[in-house]
Design a protein around this ligand. Sequence first.
Ligand SMILES: *Cc1c(COP(=O)(O)O)cnc(C)c1O
Length: 385
Amino acid sequence: MHSSDEEHIDTLAVHAGERRPGPEGSVVFPIYQSTVFAVEPDTGYHDIKYLRLSSTPSQTYLHDKVAALEGAEEALATSSGMAAVTAVLHSLLRTGDHLLVSDCLYGGTHDFLTQHAADLGWSYTSVDPQRPHTWAAARTSSTRAFLVETITNPLMRVGRLREVAEFCRQQGLTSVIDNTFASPVNFRPLAVGFDLVFHSATKYLNGHSDLVAGCVAGNAELIGQVRRTLNHYGGSLDPHAGFLLARGLKTLAVRVHAQNENAMALARFLREHTAVAQVSYPGLPDHPDRAHAGALLSGFGGMLSLRPTGGLPAAQTLLKALRLAYVGPSLGGVETLVTRPASTSHAGMSSADRSRIGITDDLIRVSAGIENAEDLIDDFEQALR
Ligand SMILES: *Cc1c(COP(=O)(O)O)cnc(C)c1O
């Protein structure tokens, strides 16, 4: 969503956070590869510049850029997407607290909760983000926050996100959203009322499949809380990775627009193909969330999934036959990536449990890159043959 008093996201991606003039007149903000910065003798701990405290120039520059992209007061870079989600949860929850979570979470987040929440004294309840009338019954007197994702993996469902933010405001909970799959080009959660948004910047924000990073954005008070937690757990971002991330961010809008278009073109092509049984893409008219996703998002994203007719053998054959697309379990890069979630992100579940939630053994997830759409379609066409 764009309001008239600020620049468009394509412009923000290039110019937001830039120091003008840059040091020595540089157009590109340099890497400050210095652990610590000299200060006046009596400077307090909170005012020193030290890499682990995320307070050095390379880091604060990146924070300003990310904050502008998400329309946030402040932002914080982290050493990975998992460092972002764990710092957020550790900053919001104390022993005895309860969390509401979407019933379809990223595998790493899901595994963190199943393997660590009990030891930390946290409890949580999974709810269906499509069914707002069920949320109040799952809330307890110790509930502190509600964690959802913009577009779920791998069936690309879009929950009732506006209602999540509204429910949290009414109930006094902190609303938290993982916006990795959408990127701020397609969705800006703070504008619809979310309190905290985080990303695996490893994916779309960087966009070049060459680093691991994360970030969190929100108001100054919440980000201050997350920063103190991150400082203690030690998940700050190295300035060299931060430099690459800032460089990737400058092309975020053009990349994501191209990926939206390629995903839509591929989804339309695959849906008509006789060797394809099912396509999940929120931009297709028959996707169950098409109507409210259309109202919420400014683009449907670069992620889709499909099931070839012919089941698992056909899916395995298709993955082997693709020439342009890489088979790899990540996403958001300039190159098209495909993966079979039953063998990667959801391999920990039984085949029966996976099938129950629609993640069949023959499901293939596609992260559309920025190649030419006709070339991508040709690649899938020859591979399906
Ligand atoms: C990859 C991913 C993460 C974890 O990010 P890392 O950078 O790998 O730590 C979290 N959420 C989503 C939706 C992701 O795709």
